[in-house]
Write a protein of this length. Structure first.
Length: 201
């Protein structure tokens, strides 16, 4: 889990530093207007390494620890020496891809900001579910369901809440991060779909 620990340390350290320097915090988050019109494209990645508050940071690191560590081990099993590299690519590219719908949706709003590693973390959760769909997953340690059911509920919930809005959570990033995680795994290892179907049916 060395790569997962490294990501957790980087996210935690950068977030903490940004909390001490609000000017840095503002420069790292995804301000859609600055990203699109001023071509500050680095924000598409840096926004995944800063968080709004302690609860926001804890939830993403907590999820990254469990699912990221599991996916890292799976990648090392299937892809050998390339596993760590592919794992990092999945996480970082998911952060970017998950931000794109928000970027285009709010590109003309100079007051819209988004931040957090949720897009990358959502991709890792869905990647894990593809590899082990029947594994029970517990939402906040309360609601425990097989992975495929929790994944489906997560996608439906993200779609509904993304359309409703108003809760200061970027549900679009969750949704597109999750969908990207599925696509990434199927492109990387197409046989995963057959294995998933065989496990389910």
């Amino acid at each position: 889990m060395e790569v997962t620990y490294g990501l957790m340390i980087a996210i935690g350290a950068i977030t903490y530093y940004a909390w001490q320097r609000q000017d840095i915090h503002r420069k790292l988050m995804l301000n859609t207007y600055a990203t699109f019109h001023q071509k500050q494209l680095g924000r598409l990645i840096t926004s995944g390494f800063v968080h709004n508050n302690g609860i926001h940071l804890f939830m993403n690191l907590f999820t990254l620890y469990f699912f990221g560590g599991a996916v890292e081990n799976i990648f090392n099993l299937y892809f050998g020496s390339s596993g760590d590299f592919l794992y990092i690519i999945l996480f970082l590219s998911a952060v970017v891809i998950a931000n794109l719908p928000t970027l285009f949706k709010y590109k003309d709003n100079p007051n819209y900001n988004s931040l957090g590693a949720s897009g990358g973390v959502s991709a890792l959760v869905m990647a894990f579910i593809l590899f082990d769909p029947l594994q029970d997953l517990c939402l906040y340690g309360i609601l425990c369901l097989p992975g495929y059911m929790l994944g489906a509920l997560f996608i439906v919930y993200s779609i509904i809440m993304g359309k409703r809005g108003g809760d200061n959570i970027n549900h679009d990033a969750h949704l597109f991060g999750a969908l990207y995680g599925i696509v990434f795994i199927l492109l990387l290892k197409p046989s995963t779909l057959t294995e998933f179907m065989n496990t389910m049916f």
